[in-house]
Design a protein around this ligand. Structure first.
Ligand SMILES: C[S@@+](CC[C@H](N)C(=O)[O-])C[C@H]1O[C@@H](n2cnc3c(N)ncnc32)[C@H](O)[C@@H]1O
Length: 297
């Protein structure tokens, strides 16, 4: 029996995802598109993926597009995901940044591809846990994700019990969360440390200046080589010598412009050790313009 490939509608939806986010779906994830979109089809009374595509063609608001893209993206995240990496950030990276900026007392952190917020909240809780060494510092944590839906969830800071059982230390749970019905709400003191915004890493418009620490974990993995190069250039653009970059286990930085060198003793952690010299949009970016209509508001 001959196996047929993914349907035309599935392929068109996969192409839509790539067009707006740069992400490509592996063959196995292409097969799951229908399952991922089923709740949206049900909610909007679409009989099929083809109906959804017709509505997307007609839709003048960005809402349906944002919901469709969101359903196809992988938002997998958890508090203190890869605890060894967080430990290295707490014990090695943040103390070095503290030492380097002890006169200015300013710390700027960017979580790029922050999903529903667990990563940024973990960093905020970690800084609080480190105590008075940060007293008197101006600390800002900016967290961005291409999915406006994920960003809204992140801003809300409310998580189901299941998320609390995945890596969140009991002391942080008791100190920073209160139960609300079946869920847990993060404390305003932590929430207010983070500025969440929808933004595309391939063409970021909401971030400016350079950061001391950038986390871009488990995001690069889903980009094809050319888009990964563009993303790495964007990370480099917001770095300066001494900026630390944390990526996911198994991810790779690419692009000739990469200003980062792997900290050999710290897995997944890089440091920008030479001036970043990116003059304007890189050739790859110019060759792959993003579509004009943005689903991220
Ligand atoms: C697997 S999650 C990782 C979340 C978090 N960094 C972690 O490691 O727990 C990947 C996130 O990257 C986001 N993403 C994908 N493409 C993006 C892009 N072009 N710009 C910004 N975020 C993107 C997705 O929406 C998703 O929330």
């Amino acid at each position: 029996m001959m196996m047929s490939g993914p349907s035309c509608a599935v392929e068109r939806l996969g192409a839509l995802l790539t067009r707006y986010t740069g992400q490509i779906l592996s063959e196995s994830r292409l097969w799951r598109i229908e399952t991922s979109l089923r709740p949206l089809l049900r909610e909007r009374s679409f009989a099929s993926l083809d109906d959804l595509l017709v509505a997307l063609d007609r839709d003048t608001s960005a809402e349906l597009l944002a919901l469709t893209l969101d359903a196809m993206l992988n938002h997998e995240s958890s508090f203190f995901r890869d605890i060894g990496v967080f430990r290295a950030v707490e014990e090695k990276v943040l103390p070095r940044l503290h030492e380097a900026a002890r006169d200015k007392k300013v710390l700027r952190i960017w979580c790029a591809g922050s999903s529903t917020g667990q990563e940024a909240y973990s960093i905020a809780m970690m800084i609080k846990r480190m105590g008075e060494m940060w007293d008197g510092w101006r600390i800002s944590i900016q967290a961005t994700d291409v999915s406006a839906v994920a960003i809204e969830k992140a801003k809300r800071g409310r998580y189901p019990q299941m998320d609390m059982q995945r890596g969140l230390p009991i002391n942080d749970l008791l100190r920073w969360f209160t139960p609300v019905g079946e869920d847990w709400q993060v404390a305003d003191e932590i929430r207010e440390m983070i500025h969440f915004q929808a933004d595309n890493l391939l063409d970021p418009r909401r971030v400016s200046g350079t950061f001391d620490l950038i986390l871009c974990r488990n995001v690069l993995f889903y980009f094809p080589e050319d888009k990964r190069g563009i993303a790495c250039d964007q990370l480099a653009k917001h770095a300066r010598p001494g900026t630390y970059l944390v990526i996911g286990a198994g991810e790779m930085l690419t692009g000739g412009n990469s200003a980062f060198t792997n900290c050999r003793e710290l897995s997944c952690i890089y440091v920008a050790d030479r001036p970043v010299n990116l003059n304007g949009p890189c050739a790859l970016r110019a060759a792959n313009p993003l579509p004009p209509r943005s689903p991220i508001g």
